[in-house]
Design a protein around this ligand. Structure first.
Ligand SMILES: [Zn+2]
Length: 115
């Protein structure tokens, strides 16, 4: 898999975890289960580390899409962007080619990865 794409997938996971760790309802549930979330700083550190590995223009685009849609990366299945359900040109839609090059959906702008 393209290294930047891999880092973007990691970044998105961390962003989701950071959002959970800041969500008071989830915090309550977690505490009731006997766990404590004290790892927010650790998560933010890890996010920072990954963010530094991503070229700034790509990172900025990621942040923009994340703000607009909540998730910046969308899986592609059966030649469809699962973010907006627009079909991806067949020349691009193969897993082996798809994940080697960083691409954005022409319709919604999300980064694409093939499942
Ligand atoms: Zn799309």
């Amino acid at each position: 898999m393209n290294e930047v794409l891999q880092n973007l997938v990691l970044l998105q996971d961390l962003d989701a975890m950071i959002a959970d760790a800041q969500d008071s309802e989830i915090l309550d549930q977690t505490e009731k289960m006997g766990f404590e979330i004290k790892n927010l700083e650790k998560l933010k550190e890890a996010r920072q580390e990954i963010a530094e590995k991503i070229p700034p223009d790509i990172f900025n685009h990621y942040c923009k899409i994340l703000k607009a849609y909540g998730r910046a990366i969308a899986p592609v299945k059966d030649s469809l962007c699962l973010g907006c359900f627009i079909s991806i040109p067949t020349s691009l839609s193969s897993k082996s080619i798809g994940n080697e090059v960083l691409r954005n959906c022409e319709n919604c702008g999300r980064f694409l990865y093939w499942v």
